[in-house]
Design a protein around this ligand. Structure first.
Ligand SMILES: Cc1cc2nc3c(=O)[nH]c(=O)nc-3n(C[C@H](O)[C@H](O)[C@H](O)COP(=O)(O)OP(=O)(O)OC[C@H]3O[C@@H](n4cnc5c(N)ncnc54)[C@H](O)[C@@H]3O)c2cc1C
Length: 291
């Protein structure tokens, strides 16, 4: 349980961190909260020769509304999401998820950037970002680029991030009247990764008709899964019980679970169906929809 030897650098700025990554091609990794990377190194499943610590870069930690976006700095701790009055009052999907990530100790160290960059299908924030229609600002030697969260996840631990790039900011469409979301997660015990979890974000008009829907799934595939058919099935409707049930079934069809210690694949599909139905019901009511 002792990691292989590595060099450690505490970067003072994003540019310094990028310089360290480009100066050590194929050998360096970003270290944020260390809650996923250090366990992997201890198990010798990862053995970077150089760690570039970005956790001390002060201007990478913030949660604020700016223009059309809620912007979150990559080094913001998951606990800061829990503590944020803005997130608690206007971004219920994020608040739901943050409260169910690991335990308070891990949330106090783990960062939003680390959670969305790690590429583990069990991480909870990627599904939220996909359902919310978020985008990621990524900086590398050639400057900034923006990647939609829905294009970022390619396979287990494989993302659109180049090894010399750092995610600097997550941008989420600013909450408007008539928007609401919910994240529901089934776990074996408190603090565990999900058996399955579902993120739903809806926008409704004054009559409660759904005008935008995003649905994404955690830990039922090689990476986070978008469920666009399930989301589309709710559009232009004041969803009835039958519509919500149908959306749950479509989400279950989009899931690609495998049987493992967290349960058989069929059981996980059933969990996705039920959680989608319930999360969509809650999201619709939080967005202002009423029967
Ligand atoms: C006991 C335990 C239970 C947990 N349960 C859950 C859970 O239920 N749900 C959940 O979502 N997570 C869970 N986690 C994971 C935890 O939330 C991690 O903190 C998080 O996934 C990674 O964040 P980090 O800041 O610690 O990243 P690190 O471990 O430092 O890094 C993770 C990966 O992301 C890369 N990275 C980090 N930041 C950046 C950046 N800004 N730019 C580019 N690359 C970056 C690193 O190079 C590394 O590859 C658990 C962890 C533990 C130890």
């Amino acid at each position: 349980m002792i990691p292989p030897e590595f060099d450690y650098h505490a970067a003072g700025s994003v540019d310094e961190a990028i310089g360290l990554l480009t100066g050590n091609p194929g050998e360096a990794k970003v270290l944020a909260g260390g809650q996923s990377l250090i366990p992997l190194m201890k198990l010798r499943l990862a053995s970077p020769k150089v760690l570039v610590d970005i956790s001390r870069i002060a201007d990478l930690s913030y949660i604020q509304e700016k223009g059309d976006w809620l912007v979150i700095g990559a080094a913001t701790k998951v606990n800061d999401l829990n503590d944020s009055k803005l997130v608690g009052s206007s971004y219920p999907l994020l608040a739901d998820a943050a409260a169910h990530i690991a335990d308070p100790l891990v949330r106090n160290m783990g960062t939003v950037g680390g959670n969305v960059c790690h590429g583990d299908p069990g991480n909870d924030l990627p599904a939220c970002m996909v359902a919310l229609g978020a985008q990621y600002v990524v900086r590398g030697p050639k400057g900034n680029r923006t990647v939609p969260a829905s294009d970022f996840y390619q396979d287990t631990f494989v993302t659109a991030l180049d090894p010399s790039e750092i995610l600097t900011e997550v941008q989420i469409p600013k909450a408007q009247p008539g928007t609401g979301g919910a994240y529901l997660k089934m776990e074996r015990k408190v603090g565990d990764f999900a058996i399955a979890a579902v993120a739903v974000q809806l926008s409704v008009d004054a009559k409660g008709t759904v005008t935008r829907a995003g649905i994404a799934l955690t830990n039922v595939g090689p990476t986070v899964l978008n469920a666009p058919k399930a989301a589309a099935s709710l559009l232009k409707k004041k969803p009835s019980d039958a519509d919500l049930l149908a959306a749950g079934k479509l989400a279950a069809e989009a899931a690609q679970p495998t049987s493992d210690l967290r349960g058989p694949a069929d059981f996980k599909r059933g969990v996705v169906q039920t959680l989608t139905q319930r999360a969509a019901t809650l999201a619709w009511s939080r967005a202002g929809g009423q029967r």
